[in-house]
Design a protein around this ligand. Structure first.
Ligand SMILES: [Zn+2]
Length: 283
């Protein structure tokens, strides 16, 4: 059965998949048919060619989303491939996790057509997620990583790029405060509700151009729908629809969509979350 069309955008999709890109393209057609207007595509640039080294910086739960064919085809960093997803409006973000200090000038990415910056802020190993962190990966101290991230942010602000800043507020609240204090008017999206709704609320109250998304939180939202609905209602102008899925798993977006449509009954709030807040930042 074909369900009703509903306009929506996914603000958090990782540009990873298994098999050939041609097959991936076909798998997205159903969502476009359901009303998906576009995605923010988070693209790993300057990624290692060695699969083992590549995976050191990919959360363990995503290892099944990449295969040898993906490496062989070599389109995982290709912003022009991202534009070939049919009628989808693809807003490409540079994911800077693999960028070395000496290669971190973002000008070449702007020239290539990127339009946003994604920071996975991990100066140290994150054992729970299964990623190695910059200290182990590059031998870079936390202080150096902070400095280089600050420089990339400065450049992104100059370009007018929105910034998706993945940061665990339980660990790095003071660094985020410093960043947002420096760029009060610039759009920052702190995904996954910053891993703490309580802390996230303080940032959303204090900074008008700070946004958040509920990507990767579906299991938590299913366990506590009322708690999440209250939070979304309180910050309805600052929360984006995001799934944290990969290009190879579009069906996860539908799970998010069905859940959100059931959770949020207020039409006005629904529209803000599904597309209005996304378009305010991405057009
Ligand atoms: Zn993500």
């Amino acid at each position: 059965m074909i369900k009703n069309q509903i306009k929506f955008f996914d603000s958090h999709v990782h540009f990873l998949w298994c098999g050939s890109f041609e097959k991936v393209k076909k798998d997205w057609q159903y969502l476009i048919f359901r009303g998906l207007g576009g995605i923010a595509a988070i693209i790993n640039v300057d990624a290692p060619r060695d699969i083992k080294r590549y995976l050191e910086f990919i959360p363990t739960s995503y290892h099944k989303d990449i295969d040898a064919y993906f490496f062989k085809e070599g389109l995982g960093s290709d912003v022009s491939a991202a534009r070939k997803l049919g009628d989808l409006e693809v807003f490409p973000y540079v994911d800077c996790r693999y960028l070395k200090t000496r290669d971190s000038d973002l000008t070449r990415f702007q020239e290539a057509g990127f339009r946003g910056l994604k920071v996975l802020y991990t100066p140290e190993e994150e054992e729970e997620m299964g990623i190695v962190g910059w200290r182990k990966f590059f031998g870079r101290s936390e202080q150096e990583s902070q400095k280089i991230v600050m420089e990339m942010i400065k450049q992104a602000v100059t370009f007018g790029w929105p910034i998706i800043f993945h940061v665990n507020l339980k660990q790095y609240e003071s660094f985020l405060t410093e960043v947002l204090e420096t760029y009060k008017k610039h759009p920052f999206i702190i995904p996954h509700f910053g891993f703490s709704r309580k802390r996230m609320a303080r940032f959303l109250e204090r900074f008008n151009s700070c946004y958040s998304d509920f990507s990767s939180l579906l299991p938590h939202m299913q366990k506590n729908p009322q708690g999440y609905l209250d939070f979304i209602t309180d910050f309805q102008d600052r929360i984006l629809f995001g799934s944290d899925t990969t290009l190879g798993r579009p069906e996860l977006i539908e799970d998010y969509l069905d859940f959100v449509l059931k959770l949020i009954e207020d039409r006005n709030i629904q529209e803000k979350i599904l597309f209005k807040n996304h378009l305010r930042i991405h057009s």
